[in-house]
Design a protein. Structure first.
Lengths: 226, 476, 278
């Protein structure tokens, strides 16, 4: 039950009392309409744009242009040539080795380079790595967003967070136009750890001049396949 | 029960604080520049959205619905978060919340905590409470780091250190980080912060975050950010505590698609902020092994009780109202004496504080409506300001002189004859002050006006006198 | 006055034929607004001048006082309610009501329904509902109701326009005031930078937070002076009192005038010092 583990008895009782008080205060303030909750939720107007209107090539162009705005390098890649492009990207960045999640498809990886699996590595070890290669679960063109599903897909979150360089493989049919379409792609995965990435990190806290790359990978390359 | 909103209980009146702060030229330049930059960026990215108004309408409706069913949704969140391995706590006020956090940290025998930006923990004074309990909190947002290292207070919801310029920050970092040299470009300063904090991210095993959204349907928590320190804090340490005001609840996962579009554009003028992290409970092998959520009331259920001002709780902390506010632009955030500043601060702080010490805040507005225009969830801030002013007056807390003046005015307006009498009295009273149609100086309450502006004097003939005379002249 | 006669009269005065035919002669009831009555009678006179020139009849109900805005906005709702009742009473059977003050119109449109609802009196709710469609701000009346942009005015000065918050955000006035000004003969219109920024009046705010209000006025007059306009116009004398008060205190030589007074001006009577706010 709630609050049982690692809690002294006093805290558990206080917590139940607090819970009861808060819920009581809420009921006193707004009443209790639980019975019509679902019906009222369904009645909420949702006239915002759910689906995009651009065609496939426009969507991909838009996505690429958003990535360019972030100073991400975009490699266009025919299916089947991924490993070649991975090698090219690594060369361009002077990388000989990239960390990867366990389930990354083998055929993406070029020969003569090292791709250690991240599982079991400490944070320090990840920090010493040259970078990371992953796929993604979906991408949103309008906002230039890459959606990562962790653990199963793109590996534990530390993998795409600690290294300074992220090479991400995005398939054309993973790219949608709008944010609602992106969220639709997450159906069934909602309770897995998820991260959306829309450009490298940035801060504008120093006199409002935007500085790119504070924490998280400062360098992002995308291989757009198909 | 001790509802605390930062330091709001002991703050000076808004007018006094404003006067003092407006004397700081650097601050005014920074505030003016910062708000203008974000305002323009926001306008650009909002301008490209064909469905901006529809998104606002939906967001407002979702929040409105959620507040009506808040108990239900909180219970659902608790159930789903717990099922996924999270531990949910309930805190009636600041003290309870702090006590819960301290208890959790102590039970792990830990003494250091890294923190992601969260106004909620500022509101309850968590850092002070942690320090008093022998636990050291490290702020990891660059601006909050600046504020913390400078032993200062935040002045804006989204850009808390905007009252500091580059050279001030550089000097601060060199001093507190022990750097013998540091470049003067923003990039150099950010790099110093990056290295200083990285060491902490990889080592400190406890983190405290807030929650931008808590999803009832799945028990998920969402943290929205720009710098990456949020991702660091919520996914690297062994133990994570997220403090969420009860109003952060949204019903379903899909509702995030609405709020995330609105929040980024409103807060920083970006199509999407760099990083959003969404997680549910505990995931073996990825991130914290133990995850706690503290659901915080601290006066929110009281705000909920007022039907007119309840929508104050809809706020998603974007800061757009601050950037749009012509009053905030002149004073910056410290004038509001609370971590919640600007238009939202002017309505939220008095309500959380039961008006006691923040009574001047509802008057810190010319009711221009710019805030309402930009609010992504359509909070009618001007209407709520008026509502709160009414409450202050009804409580008998308006200044005595003003009450008398208003009563006199009410008498004058009640009848045209009274109005004429009042006008005649005014004509007499102004005689020592009126010169050639202009008044340069008035005593008492009106001296505030005449200190900086002239006033027209009451002319000899009113409109209605002119009309009556004309009517007489027209008659044959 | 019959239509052909009215048209001839218009042409007589202005030397031009009206673009849009004025189809009916209206009886327009003027609500002058308490502060205009007392401090800016010239504005009311100008409104009467313009409307009569366009061939309409103006009535003025002497019993009128105040819409209640000051009390309502300052938190004295209990005192605002009787003023609303009085307004409803005074204008119960009127036709079109013209108000040369967008803040008063905003008060009526936005807050009268709220007050009526709160009063719990259904007949008051009904009365407010019947009042609202009849109420027009002055420039709204001209452009929307009367279909007029050219009022036959002559005003050979450089003029800029401040957009009062209520007109912009409550009345959604758009570019109506500008369209009216641009049709004035001899007038050179120059747009105001940051025109949608609040001037800092805000009713009692101007006194309760006088320092911030003054700072906001400073920003506003900085923009006004930048245009080099001879006159700064607006739909509200409240804003102009604030702006003009600052312009005057600093001896800038730039005047403020209510738009009605510009639209009333003709070759025969161009105001020189008239309508100046200080």
């Amino acid at each position: 039950m709630v609050g049982e583990t690692r809690q002294g008895e006093k805290t558990v009782n206080a917590n139940s009392a607090a819970r009861a008080d808060i819920l009581l205060n809420i009921r006193r303030s707004v009443g209790d309409h639980a019975a019509i909750c679902e019906a009222e939720y369904a009645a909420i107007p949702r006239e915002y744009r759910h689906k995009g209107t651009a065609d496939r090539s426009e969507i991909l162009d838009l996505f690429a242009s958003r990535l360019h705005d972030y100073d991400a390098v975009v490699y266009h890649c025919p299916a089947g040539a991924i490993s070649t492009i991975v090698a090219a990207a690594m060369d361009a960045r002077n990388k000989t080795s990239l960390l990867r999640p366990e389930r990354l498809p083998q055929e993406w990886l070029p020969a003569n380079r090292s791709f250690p699996v991240v599982d079991g590595l400490s944070y320090e070890e990840i920090n010493r790595g040259e970078g990371v290669i992953t796929g993604c679960v979906a991408a949103i063109a309008f906002t230039g967003t890459i959606m990562l599903r962790h653990s199963v897909g793109e590996g534990r979150r530390a993998l795409t967070l600690i290294p300074d360089y992220h090479l991400c493989v995005v398939f054309a049919d993973q790219v949608v136009e709008t944010v609602p379409e992106g969220f639709a792609r997450l159906k069934g995965m909602e309770t897995q750890p998820l991260t959306t990435v829309s450009g490298p990190s940035a801060t504008a806290d120093i006199e409002m001049s935007r500085v790119k790359g504070v924490h998280g990978p400062r360098f992002l390359d995308v291989i757009l396949v198909g | 029960m001790s509802v605390r909103v930062g330091e709001a209980a002991s703050a000076p009146t808004f007018a006094a604080a404003a006067k003092h702060l407006m004397g700081n030229d650097q601050l005014r330049r920074n505030v003016r520049n910062a708000t203008e930059v974000i305002r323009n960026k926001r306008a650009a990215v909002v301008g490209e959205m064909s469905d901006w108004q529809q998104l606002r309408d939906t967001a407002h409706a979702i929040k409105d619905h959620t507040m009506r069913h808040l108990g239900e949704y909180l219970a659902r969140f608790e159930e789903n978060c717990t099922r996924a391995g999270g531990i949910v706590h309930w805190a009636r006020d600041a003290d309870e919340a702090n006590a819960i956090a301290i208890e959790i940290i102590r039970s792990h025998n830990e003494k250091e905590v890294i923190k992601v930006k969260t106004m909620t923990t500022d509101e309850i004074g968590m850092n002070r409470a942690l320090e008093a309990a022998g636990i050291t909190p490290y702020e990891t947002d660059l601006a909050d780091l600046i504020v913390q290292l400078g032993d200062d207070k935040p002045s804006h919801i989204v850009v808390p250190a905007l009252h500091r310029n580059k050279m001030e920050i550089r000097e601060l970092f060199m001093r507190t980080m022990g750097l013998s040299e540091l470049g003067t470009r923003p990039e150099d300063i950010a790099e110093a912060a990056r290295l200083y904090l990285r060491e902490k991210f990889l080592r400190v095993p406890v983190a405290i975050s807030g929650a931008n959204f808590a999803v009832a349907e799945t028990g998920s928590v969402c943290v929205v950010e720009s710098e990456g320190n949020g991702r660091m804090c919520v996914s690297l340490p062994r133990l994570l505590i997220s403090v969420a005001g009860i109003e952060k609840i949204v019903p379903k996962f899909a509702d995030l698609e609405v709020f995330l579009q609105l929040l980024a554009r409103s807060a920083t003028g970006e199509r999407m902020n760099p990083y959003n992290s969404i997680w549910t409970g505990v995931t073996p092998g990825d991130g914290p092994r133990e995850f706690h959520v503290i659901l915080l009331d601290n006066g929110r259920t009281k705000v909920l009780a007022d039907e007119v001002s309840r929508e104050t709780l809809d706020c998603i902390r974007c800061g757009a109202c601050l950037n749009a506010c012509p009053v905030y632009r002149q004073t910056g955030g410290h004038a509001y004496g609370s971590i919640y500043a600007g238009p939202i601060g002017a309505i939220l702080t008095p309500q959380l504080q039961s008006m006691e010490h923040s009574q001047t805040l509802p008057y810190a507005s010319s009711l221009c409506g710019a805030c309402y225009e930009v609010c992504p969830v359509k909070i009618n801030i001007p209407e709520i300001l008026i509502h709160l002013r009414n409450k202050i007056v009804e409580n008998g807390d308006a200044p005595a002189g003003e009450q008398m003046g208003m009563k006199a005015a009410a008498w004058a307006m009640s009848d045209a004859a009274n109005l004429s009498t009042a006008r005649t009295l005014g004509r007499i009273a102004q005689m020592p002050f009126a010169n050639n149609g202009v008044i340069h100086h008035l005593p008492g309450m009106m001296s505030g006006w005449t200190a900086t502006r002239d006033m027209p004097s009451i002319p000899a003939e009113s409109f209605r006198q002119w009309w009556a005379k004309r009517a007489r002249e027209k008659r044959p | 006055m019959d239509q052909p006669l009215r048209r001839r009269k218009y042409t007589e005065i202005t030397g031009r034929t009206p673009l849009i035919a004025i189809h009916w002669e209206l009886q327009i009831s003027l609500f002058i607004a308490c502060y205009n009555d007392m401090l800016f009678p010239g504005t009311g006179q100008a409104v009467v001048t313009v409307l009569e020139r366009l061939g309409h009849t103006v009535e003025f109900r002497q019993s009128q006082t105040c819409c209640g805005q000051m009390h309502y906005n300052s938190g004295y709702q209990a005192d605002a309610l009787p003023l609303m009742e009085k307004f409803l009473d005074d204008f119960r059977d009127s036709g079109v009501v013209c108000i040369p003050s967008s803040s008063c119109v905003a008060m009526i449109r936005e807050h009268y329904p709220v007050m009526a609802e709160k009063s719990g009196r259904p007949e008051m709710v009904r009365e407010v509902q019947s009042l609202i469609p009849r109420v027009f701000e002055f420039s709204e009346l001209l452009v929307d109701k009367l279909g007029v942009e050219d009022t036959g005015a002559f005003f050979p000065y450089l003029v800029t326009l401040h957009s009062s918050c209520h007109s912009l955000r409550s009345l959604h006035i758009g570019d109506k005031p500008e369209r009216l000004l641009k049709k004035v003969r001899g007038l050179t219109y120059v747009p105001l930078e940051d025109r949608d920024q609040c001037c800092g009046f805000g009713g009692t705010f101007s006194v309760k937070n006088a320092d911030v209000s003054a700072a906001m006025a400073a920003d506003k007059i900085r923009c006004v002076l930048k245009t080099r306009a001879e006159v700064c116009a607006a739909l509200d004398n409240s804003c102009l009192m604030q702006i003009g008060g600052a312009l005057g205190r600093l001896n800038t030589g730039t005047r403020t005038m209510h738009i009605a007074e510009i639209l009333a001006a003709t070759e025969a009577s161009v105001p020189t010092g008239a309508g100046a706010h200080v």
